[in-house]
Design a protein. Structure first.
Length: 311
């Protein structure tokens, strides 16, 4: 699967999450085949700001899964395609809770997280991989991800590098869908890395920090001493000391109220949009290359999905 190199990484790059479908697919494949599973897999995103999953996202995901399944079959392995995760927790506003209906139904999403873990535990790919003998497990991973993470390297915005193999079924599926695997890997990885950069810029912005202080005072008056919304979320989702549903919902609703009363939610959205536009301009070549490759892949995806059953 893709790996980050350990050398020449700036502090920004060390914290940046490469969150595009390219990396997510390979990571999901490893988890599905028995490796460490992540319950934080994000949906595909666009450059300046992440948004809900679109029909195009689903189409490209499904086509890539079909190609991956067929390639694994040719190597003698079973692979079951999986749908694109559209969990509402993954698309929640990242700076502060601002959706009262969602907070009332899900709190911070601890129940959704448990459900996602249960889906991971019942993944047929995981069970299939676990049942393979040791030598076949190694062969399955090599078939999926190549024998080493060498072949493709991209420098991240802000410094650092990401490497991945240009062999294996993940690479073959993406090459079949996007045409130029190297160009797709470079553009999608760099654009997706902008997400964490944008979020870091937002939380460091003076306007955001000013409103954060007002939010903090509001939360204190409501009986909660949290320095940031991230601290409140961490407390609510703690596996060591879970709050319980009623307390989780109460905390989430207090955060929503204070997000509105303090102006933090609106300010965060405005600043997020600003930095998204700035990053789109700074990395225009990558953004345009990614969109060009995605657009060119859509007719291929439709042809791929028109060729037989989906699973």
């Amino acid at each position: 699967m893709p790996r980050r190199s350990s050398a020449h990484r700036s502090p920004l790059a060390m914290t940046a999450a490469v969150t595009g479908a390219t990396i997510a697919l390979a990571a999901t494949l490893l988890a599905g085949l028995g490796g460490p599973a992540s319950d934080e897999r994000p949906p595909p995103v666009r450059a300046g700001s992440p948004g809900p999953v679109t029909e195009e996202d689903r189409l490209l995901h499904d086509a890539e899964q079909r190609l991956l399944r067929d390639c694994m079959r040719r190597h003698g392995f079973t692979y079951r395609v999986f749908p694109l995760d559209e969990d509402t927790e993954a698309t929640a506003f990242v700076y502060v809770l601002d959706d009262a209906d969602r907070a009332r139904r899900h709190g911070y999403g601890s129940e959704l997280r448990r459900q996602r873990k249960a889906r991971t535990a019942s993944d047929p790919n995981r069970a299939y991989f676990a049942a393979l003998p040791a030598d076949r497990k190694a062969e399955a991973l090599a078939a999926a991800n190549g024998t080493s993470p060498d072949g493709l390297t991209v420098t991240l915005p802000g410094g650092g590098t990401v490497q991945r193999s240009d062999h294996g079924c993940v690479a073959e599926a993406q090459r079949g869908l996007f045409g130029d695997l190297g160009a797709w890997f470079r553009a999608s990885t760099r654009v997706d890395a902008l997400i964490q950069i944008r979020r870091s810029r937002v939380t460091a912005d003076a306007g955001y920090r000013e409103r954060l202080g007002v939010w903090r005072d509001c939360m204190r008056r409501a009986g909660y001493a949290f320095a940031t919304p991230a601290d409140a979320r961490a407390a609510a989702l703690s596996p060591v000391q879970p709050l319980g549903k009623d307390r989780e919902v109460a905390l989430a609703l207090a955060e929503v109220r204070c997000a509105g009363d303090s102006g933090l939610a609106r300010t965060a959205r405005d600043i997020d949009a600003h930095h998204g536009r700035v990053l789109d301009r700074e990395y225009r070549a990558d953004v345009e290359a990614r969109e060009r490759l995605r657009s060119a892949a859509l007719p291929r995806a439709r042809r791929i999905l028109g060729g037989g059953p989906r699973d």
